[in-house]
Design a binder for this molecule. Sequence first.
Ligand code: NDP
Length: 252
Amino acid sequence: MGILDGKTALVTGGSRGIGRAIAERLASDGALVAVHYGSNETAAKEAVAAIEAAGGRAFAVRALLGTPGDVDTLFAGLERGLEGRGLDIVVNNAAIQGYGASTLEGATEADFERTFAINARAPLFIVQRALPLMSEGGRIINISSGVTWFAIPEVVYAMTKGALNVMTRSLAHVLGERGITVNTVSPGITETDMNQWLVDSTESQRKVAAMVALGRHGQPDDLADAVAFFASPDSRWVTGQTLEVNGGLWLG
Ligand code: NDP
């Protein structure tokens, strides 16, 4: 018996990195998981196969966020996979960093629009479209970033995550009367494709470890376990909150 038996979950960007770990964890807790992805179908299929090999249930859904009709495409695939079931858990995880295209010097207006469309606009309209499928006890979990409280050069990316934190509080306010909680999980520096500089360099890993109280960088599972709490009935009295899951970043 899993704590999420009978529940359903959508994890955007569930095909790689933190999203994949979240998808695997929610499935191992018993949920049927929609593994959303944008373009890497192989990674999505691998994530679904890994969940099924572990005894869980999942299906892949493709929708390139930030393009016209993105949320319509997502929900067409999602509702096909749900086969008439409702939706209990939404994890807004997919995002792009942008790197040079996210800096003050490098960003164009088109880069700004695209980054906001993927990282902030899509999560809002995904929630809007999810609500008719959700009932009391529903869970919305937004994956933000520590860059909302420490500074990085990628200002546009950081702005999108600030918007997400604000969205969490506003949605917690309006969805409380429906018994739906809305919370943010805010990762620190985590080993994924987004951080190739960390994967590739033991010197970078050593520097990061020195910044972190617990003496290492994060792994996707570290985030997934925090998301599992917000997805579970144990978090019933928590809403509108941001949990920093970073091993004590800048406390090292
Ligand atoms: P990855 O780059 O490893 O994975 C990103 C995921 O999002 C993939 O599944 C990818 O699918 C999907 N995705 C990206 N762009 C789009 C798009 N336009 N449309 C649809 N899907 C898309 O990211 P991480 O796992 O590192 O990050 C996950 C979350 O955690 C993000 O919100 C990120 O901002 C946040 N975060 C990460 C940190 C870290 O150190 N890694 C630190 C702080 C926050 P596909 O491959 O098909 O495009």
